[in-house]
Write a protein that binds this ligand. Structure first.
Ligand SMILES: CC(C)(COP(=O)(O)OP(=O)(O)OC[C@H]1O[C@@H](n2cnc3c(N)ncnc32)[C@H](O)[C@@H]1OP(=O)(O)O)[C@@H](O)C(=O)NCCC(=O)NCCS
Length: 165
């Protein structure tokens, strides 16, 4: 393989448990994807809780500092899991990272004896709603006028659930 090919190759990603050292990269992705976003300190305050865990998509074929593709943060308590947030760098959208991160979180929730996974999503978030439906989540509720869009319009939050039984 020519050296130029070696440097130009596409990043490949593996999914790893999210650790405190990953949080600056996770916060950078949150900033790209959410307004308001969560700082690495806010993410840290969540991750140190016993009930909270996460996963990160990190480049596995890096020559130098690996690229972060996305991350997910979730919580399990009393048999119920909740997806707290998920974000994928737009540069790596639609490559299956969201799916892989969610599958890792769902597997961990099941390992921690969760029977259901809940999440909330803006009804207009086509990518996320599509991802959750593909994973088997179903709408179980709706909070009207829950989110405020950039143009001031209010949109509903869908409450979605996946049964792990
Ligand atoms: C939602 C998000 C995490 C999806 O991540 P992703 O890595 O791009 O998604 P994937 O490639 O894993 O897609 C898996 C499935 O989700 C659905 N999906 C993803 N992006 C989509 C889009 N733009 N339009 C429609 N469906 C989409 C599809 O069903 C897709 O399967 P397919 O590619 O076989 O059709 C990503 O768009 C994101 O970070 N959005 C901003 C943050 C956000 O909204 N988080 C959720 C808040 S509740």
């Amino acid at each position: 393989m020519a050296l130029t090919d070696y440097f130009a190759r596409k990043p490949e990603f593996d999914i790893f448990p999210l650790e405190a050292a990953d949080l600056p990269q996770a916060a950078a992705i949150h900033e790209l994807r959410f307004t308001p976003c969560w700082s690495d300190g806010e993410l840290h305050a969540l991750l140190v809780q016993d009930t909270v865990f996460g996963f990160i998509a990190r480049q596995s074929n890096a020559l130098t500092r690996p690229i972060t593709g996305g991350f997910v943060l979730a919580r399990v308590a009393a048999g119920e899991a909740e997806i707290l947030t998920i974000g994928v760098d737009p540069k790596f959208a639609r490559l299956g990272l969201g799916w892989r991160l969610m599958r890792a979180a769902i597997r961990e929730a099941r390992d921690q004896a969760a029977e259901t996974v809940f999440l909330e999503v803006d009804e207009t978030n086509i990518a996320a709603v599509g991802l959750y439906r593909k994973l088997g989540f179903a709408k179980v509720g709706e909070r009207r006028a829950y989110y405020q869009g950039v143009n001031g319009a209010k949109t509903a939050a869908l409450v979605m659930r996946l049964d792990l039984g």
